[in-house]
Design a protein around this ligand. Sequence first.
Ligand code: ARG
Length: 498
Amino acid sequence: DINIRIFILHIYHFLLPRAAKSGMVLSEQPYDIPDQQEDDDMKLWGGRFEKETNAMVDAFNACIGFGSRLYEQDILGSIAHATMLGEENIIPPDDAKKIVEGLKGILADAREGKIQWSTEAEDIHMNVETILIQRIGEAGKRLHTGRSRNDQCVLDTRMYARQSCVETRALLDELIETLLTIAQDHLNTIMPGYTHLQKAQPVTLAHYMMAYVQMFLRDRKRFQYAYDAANVMPLGSGALAATTYPLNRQRVAELLDFPAITQNSLDGVSDRDFLLDYLSAASLCMMHLSRFCEELILWNSSEFHFVEMDDAFSTGSSIMPQKKNPDVAELLRGKTGRVYGDLFSLLTVMKGIPLAYNKDMQEDKEPFFDARDTLLKSLPVFTAMLRTMTFREDVMEKGAAGGFTNATDCADYLTKKGVPFRDAHRVVGELVNYCIKADAALMDLSLEELKSFHPAFEQDVFEAISLKTCVEGRCIPGGPAPSAVQSSIDEARVQLKL
Ligand code: ARG
């Protein structure tokens, strides 16, 4: 209905921007659409233009809505750039001092939430520069000497990505520590191991937890790699072809604690691999969390009942009074899709971009921020859920006793008595079939019954197929025997210190 459409358009273009100005909060709005007549401020790049920017274009083009979170990095980057410009006499040292003081003031005010970022100034870079010029006048106009927003925005993003890697790794470490504690406490807690979600062979809860530790240790290395990838200083790349000013790039790198500078100005402004490194590490890490969650959801079901999630980490149903649902684990599993989406967004944005900077690249920030925020929220809630969970050792051990998890060991027993493994496999298969019909476990059979299947069975078979023997016999490195798992716990603790 055309009338409804016109009505909606009217709300969108006329009423909403005014409501936003009058203080009604409309945070769901993707961007503010400013009034045309208020947009008569001169743009920092306005010299070449005869017309005002269309209000819709201003709103569409601006990224301050999400880019403002880079204010800290942007201002610190500008302080380093201005300091170097002054030291090298590229701008008058007195102006450099005024710029640095001015920027410090803006930083302090921004930290206190006193700064109102504006859509008209488009992004964080021009917002800061505009405010600086308003505050300190002429000297402020020298800040952007030998620099472009193209290298400036990568600098800010690299600094933010670097910090995000540190934060992510710290949370991963807490998760790994928690898993190591559970493993240490459950070296002898026997539980069934599965293939095809069918009971297979007995393992221990410690061994199970240490499998996830291996995954998270690999994630940790991937975030270290993403950190190193981000830790390269791009200023000096300029818009794309560097600059004729004798910038001291090493000095800027040193001031901002970067161990290296980028080696090609075209690549310097158009490389977003470091964000993709973070996003792929984040995707793998979420995949690991998701698998773990799936496992815990199963274990928490009344069918398994290997674990009991704490009340504080479970939720109820609005209709079924008896329900206690593992929502946190399910939501974590769901959020994995969202992080994969973030990775694919940026991969897709980057796949068709010719060198060097193109505005498409402004689309790098939201998926990265979203994945980072999601991961930084997911890791601690998962760790806390794990810490508060009760492990039902009795149910686990009972579970391992059923399902013929010792059948392989029974075949190995015969093999060690000289029976070829293929024959032993067949004999035990027939035994299992017999037990299924008799509703018994291998352990329940008498020696006579066993001997009727093969004469090599002797009294020591019962010891050989006990769950404890099955687990303790698997003591080669990487196995579930308590001694082997203890070594892998010790090794993980060494890795955590690296
Ligand atoms: N706001 C842009 C971004 O975040 C930086 C500006 C890039 N330069 C330009 N000429 N539009 O990617």
